[in-house]
Write a new protein. Structure first.
Length: 274
């Protein structure tokens, strides 16, 4: 096997596949019992605002609201190559609201987790984790900003127990493999970027003169791992962790809203909440 720091994974010519094809391989079928959820929007994710389709108001948190995928051939129009497109690593069961079935990116609606990823791997301005931390050959490597990568793993069998999935992700946080400071991007409701799209953060527009275009550097959907293989490769201890319910702190608030809650972010920064 090639070195995990090699150009095979991080500097290869981009692979061109559709977002629908990517989702099909990484998450499997999107069914009424376990829907794939996505979102997408223009602009800087930190400040972007869109009109909330449910209230008609312009809101920042509405940009992160998840939308169910019914067909990979017809993704929601805002999941496109000119927007910031995101997918959730888990699928979700429907809940009843006002006499209709809706899909929310809430941990209590968790159905299964078919994949996971390490984020901000690399040496670019957005890099937080060095490449030597990657211990397994990836299923995919997506460059999401200059020299900064999302390294993903497709699971041989999706995890359908939420506590097990949360323990896995929290163990990766404790090993410095996932961010410990972004409450909306940790846990089973976390978002990852899709290959067809851009990173619209202002700092990259300033640097490049335009949004950074995502580049799928490596794509090997047949590379899949069991839970045990990931645990052993990264030396994770799932049994010693106490799972903290980051969302229940705020009642029944959506993970979508927590991601952009300024008060929660400040509490996290002050280390008053973790």
């Amino acid at each position: 096997m090639s070195s995990l720091n090699s150009s095979l994974y991080y500097a290869a010519s981009p692979v061109h596949i559709s977002n629908g094809e990517f989702l099909r391989y990484t998450l499997g079928n999107s069914t009424p019992e376990a829907r794939v959820l996505v979102t997408g929007f223009k602009g800087d994710p930190g400040v972007a605002r869109i009109r909330d389709p449910e209230t008609g108001q312009w809101r920042g948190d509405a940009t992160w609201r998840a939308h169910p995928v019914e067909s990979y051939c017809e993704l929601p129009w805002f999941v496109n190559r000119e927007y910031n497109p995101f997918f959730c690593i888990s699928t979700f069961a429907p809940t009843e609201e006002n006499g209709r079935s809706v899909y929310r990116r809430r941990k209590d609606s968790f159905a299964r987790m078919p994949c996971l990823f390490l984020d901000d791997i690399g040496t670019g301005p957005g890099g937080k984790i060095t490449q030597d931390k990657v211990k397994l050959a990836p299923s995919w490597v997506l460059e999401t900003s200059p020299d900064n990568y999302q390294v993903g793993y497709i699971l041989a069998k999706p995890i359908d127990d939420r506590i097990t999935a949360e323990r896995l992700l929290e163990a990766m946080v404790s090993q410095g493999l996932l961010s410990a400071t972004d409450p909306g991007m940790r846990g089973v409701a976390r978002y990852g970027r899709l290959p067809e799209g851009v990173n619209g953060k202002a700092k990259y527009i300033k640097q490049l003169g335009q949004p950074f275009v995502h580049k799928l550097r490596y794509w090997s959907p047949e590379t899949r791992y069991t839970l045990q293989e990931i645990v052993e490769a990264y030396g994770l201890d799932l049994d010693s962790l106490a799972i903290t319910d980051h969302v229940s702190l705020f009642g029944d608030q959506c993970a979508d809203d927590v991601a952009t809650d300024p008060y929660l972010k400040e509490l996290i920064r002050l280390k008053l909440v973790r």
